[in-house]
Ligand binder design. Structure first.
Ligand code: PMP
Length: 402
């Protein structure tokens, strides 16, 4: 088959997905028929879910569902416009006040997704001639924010340092003129490896070289810190980030995102962030779901503690079996497999045996570091976790991986 127009030639030449489908090892876009939290129905079979970001199990919590239904009935299904124009509800502003208080910042601003939050906040804060310094393992949405910055401002200086490598970070900072505006951007918890940024070390360097810190807390809020307040709480509130963001698509069981910081900074972002100004705002039911989740997180810190205990149990379980789990200290537990093909085969075997996990392959990870990303929910029972350990352990042995 070929295309009528040259512009589409690349689409017709793209074969990898087709080949993987034909070989029966294509792991992406699997429709989930019924999502009951720790168990899901896919292709008519029940699988144990070990690959969701619904960390606190709130996406299926009856209180979340009830609050969302009530809101749908009162406000309808959409805001039909951007925050800038007809798309701001009092509900958005009430949630923003609560979020700012929760993370200890003056103000917060909600976007429609976490991806848009990073795109909007980063592209607004980093301007012509400024320096942005980013960890190579940061989430794609951070890079997309930088790409948008580059597209808009042309002469932005982008520096990437090896993952959590503070010597390299310092070398970069030292090489930038002292008075040049600088923003260090980092994930709090890294989404694939499950390790945590050394924020105290980064803060020292940031202060020494007059750089501000932008912290992505997508996998940190609800996950680390005794009460789920994320990376700063994990470090006993001894350090801070100048500006932080989080998504609602993980611990908050909804969709959307927010950025928080000084009132003047948030007001500036509000007036210049293109993804906020030119895209429709968070729908009412999702605002209320996020708000309900925030209340539950505040009232039930035992969920966070259970999640942390599960993370420790699973990481220890897998590493005792001989798996390489990298440097995780969170409920994101990667199993480093090697090349892409091995990761696909491992994924498929687990899928057939009834465990859903996510394969992460190059180019998302460096060559020969293809992995199976496992992640857990505070609602997993010990029996479910033991079953997951057993199935993954048996499969690892059968495939000669451990
Ligand atoms: N930041 C990080 C670290 C993430 O992992 C993600 C989502 N995977 C996002 C931002 C984007 O969040 P959302 O799903 O709300 O677009």
């Amino acid at each position: 088959m070929s295309s009528k127009f040259k512009i589409f030639d690349k689409c017709y030449a793209f074969k990898e997905a087709e080949q993987a489908r034909a070989a029966g090892i294509y792991p992406f876009f699997k429709p989930i028929g019924k999502n009951a939290g720790t168990k899901v129905i896919i292709e008519g079979r029940e699988l144990l879910m070990a690959g969701s970001n619904n960390y606190l199990g709130l996406a299926g919590d009856p209180r979340m569902i009830e609050a969302s239904i009530k809101t749908l009935k009162k406000y309808g299904t959409s805001c039909s416009g951007s925050r800038f124009m007809n798309g701001t509800l009092a509900l958005h502003e009430e949630l923003e006040v609560k979020l700012a208080d929760f993370v200890g910042k003056e103000e917060a601003l909600c976007f429609t997704t976490g991806h848009q939050t990073n795109m909007g906040a980063i592209s607004t804060l980093v301007g012509r001639g400024d320096h942005v310094i980013t960890d190579k393992y940061n989430h794609a949405s951070i890079m997309d924010g930088i790409f948008l910055t580059v597209g808009l401002n042309k002469s932005v200086n982008v520096h990437r340092y090896r993952h959590n490598n503070y010597e390299e970070l310092e070398r970069i900072l030292k090489s930038i003129p002292e008075d040049a505006p600088k923003l260090i951007v980092t994930d709090g918890v890294f989404s694939m490896e499950g390790d945590i940024v050394d924020l105290p070390h980064m803060r020292l360097l940031a202060d020494k070289y007059k750089a501000a810190i932008y912290l992505d807390e997508a996998h940190a809020i609800g996950v680390i810190g005794d009460t789920g307040r994320g990376t700063t709480e994990h470090f006993n509130n001894s350090v801070y980030a100048d500006i932080m963001m989080c998504t609602f698509s993980k611990s908050f069981g909804s969709i959307g995102g927010f950025v928080a910081g000084d009132a003047k900074i948030i007001d500036y972002i509000k007036h210049f962030a293109r993804p906020l100004m030119f895209s429709a705002s968070m729908p009412p039911a999702n605002i209320v779901a996020a708000s309900t989740a925030l209340e539950i997180i505040k009232q039930e810190p035992e969920r966070v503690q259970r999640l942390q205990q599960i993370g420790r149990k699973m990481a220890k379980g897998f590493s005792d079996m001989g798996f390489d789990t990298g440097s995780t200290t969170t409920p994101i537990v990667p199993l480093v497999i090697g090349n892409n093909e091995k990761a696909f085969i491992f994924w498929k075997t687990l899928f057939e045996k009834g465990v859903y996990v996510n394969p992460v392959i190059t180019p998302a990870v460096p060559p020969n570091r293809a992995m199976i990303r496992t992640s857990y929910m505070s609602t997993h029972t010990d029996a479910e976790l033991n079953q997951i350990l057993e199935i993954i352990g048996d499969t690892g042995k059968a495939l000669g991986l451990i």
